[in-house]
Write a protein that binds this ligand. Structure first.
Ligand SMILES: Cc1ncc(COP(=O)(O)O)c(C=O)c1O
Length: 389
């Protein structure tokens, strides 16, 4: 049987990983500055995470959500403590799209309304409503098309206020990434997030903070929306939550009541996923990884700003983007194939860094030094002048 060919693949087969490194089937080592798309939060195959999953596997891997599964409450307690959102409620599911789908659905149930506000360059996943709220018509199937979603310009306070003034009483929710990931590392301004909070309060709509990529400590705070000192009504989480074990969830503000049957899932909150998620939070707490991400990110960004070839160095913590000029377009490929470093990209010319929050200073330096070499090599090959900022 063939695999359904939906992913444009690099011709590299990864078979092993540890910490900030992965190895291919020939034993070649790569530095992972991509974190498998922001998923690796505490480092590949972290020993505590492996042990926690192994121990759980020997006790019970799965039972349905028809009985108490005590490890779910342990996870909720730990998540409340580490995120600082102790009074929120936790609903567990399996992926980022599912988290957003449930958040949007819950907002609609709660408000009795249909309209969703999303923003330009947003990415919220590929399930029906999540994809309808994603600003990429190429991945929206005809059946997912809806006029219930309005796209407004990102970081535009006036446009938001105007839209609310005209439609506020039909809006169920505003969904916003604190730092847009797929869209190319764009930070939601504090004024913008505060305006969303204020408008949602005024019109009784819900504020959904998509923290699937920018959450879980990656930004240097548990939720990147925390930089604006606002409380969202719902936070959605996935990627870093399980360090590679599929687990996701939504945090729901105390004023939103649950009703039996309102949301549900077979696999969500299974004991094995909870064990993986608990291990992640334990390591984040013990190794002070949120502060580490903040410090390491600042260090990397300051150094990147010294590269004359790179522009618009931006981000928070270990969610970093920078733009490369036209004649360095092949830099990402060169980094992978010639210098054995994985990075992420965003169209048209952004390189994204989303490494493990446990990235060491030495590994950061290894990246920066190799980046210098790779840029010089691409320039030499192009044999032409690179535009200087
Ligand atoms: C901000 C954001 N939301 C949602 C998703 C969807 O998550 P998943 O691929 O786990 O469904 C992603 C994935 O990249 C994301 O970056």
């Amino acid at each position: 049987m063939k695999l359904f060919d939906v992913y444009p693949l690099y011709d590299i087969a990864i078979t092993r990983a540890s910490g900030a490194y992965v190895w291919d089937d020939n034993g070649v080592q790569y530095l992972d500055m991509y974190g498998g798309h922001a998923v690796i939060s505490i480092g590949h195959t972290h020993p505590h995470w492996v042990k926690r999953i192994e121990d759980q596997l020997e006790k019970i891997a799965f039972y349905s959500n028809s009985v108490h599964l005590p490890i779910q409450q342990q996870l909720a307690d730990k998540l409340g403590a580490v995120s600082g959102k102790n009074d929120y409620q936790l609903f567990l599911c399996n992926s980022g799209a599912e988290a957003n789908e449930n958040a949007l659905k819950l907002a609609s149930f709660h408000t009795g309304r249909k309209k969703i506000v999303a923003f330009s360059k947003s990415f919220h996943g590929r399930t029906s409503l999540a994809v309808a709220a994603t600003d990429n018509p190429a991945i929206v199937a005809p059946v997912n098309e809806t006029n219930n979603v309005a796209f407004l310009p990102f970081n535009d306070v006036a446009a938001l206020e105007q839209y609310f003034a005209a439609n506020g009483h039909s809006i169920a929710a505003v969904i916003v990434e604190g730092i847009q990931g797929v869209g190319g590392i764009h930070i939601a301004s504090e004024a913008f997030l505060q305006c969303i909070r204020q408008q949602c309060n005024q019109y009784n709509a819900l504020f959904i903070a998509d923290s699937v990529q920018c959450g879980y400590g990656r930004s240097g705070k548990f939720f990147s929306h925390d930089y604006a000192n606002v409380q969202a009504d719902i936070y959605t989480m996935a990627k870093g939550m399980g360090n590679g074990f599929p687990v996701a969830g939504i945090l729901i503000a105390p004023h939103i009541p649950a009703k039996h049957g309102m949301l549900g899932t077979t696999f969500g909150g299974n004991p094995l996923a909870c064990a993986a998620a608990l291990a992640v939070l334990e390591v984040i707490e013990q190794d002070n990884l949120i502060e580490m991400a903040k410090q390491r990110g600042m260090y990397i960004m300051n150094k990147l700003k010294e590269f004359p070839e790179l522009s618009n160095v931006r981000g928070r913590g270990l969610m970093i983007g920078f733009d490369v000029p036209e004649n360095l377009k092949s830099l990402r490929k060169t980094l992978i194939f010639d210098y054995k470093i994985f990075t992420g990209e965003a169209k048209p010319n952004t390189i994204r860094l989303l490494p493990s929050l446990a990235l060491t200073r030495k590994q950061a330096d290894e990246f920066l030094e190799t980046l210098r070499e790779a840029i010089d090599a691409v320039k030499a090959e192009a044999g032409n002048q690179v535009s200087v900022k």
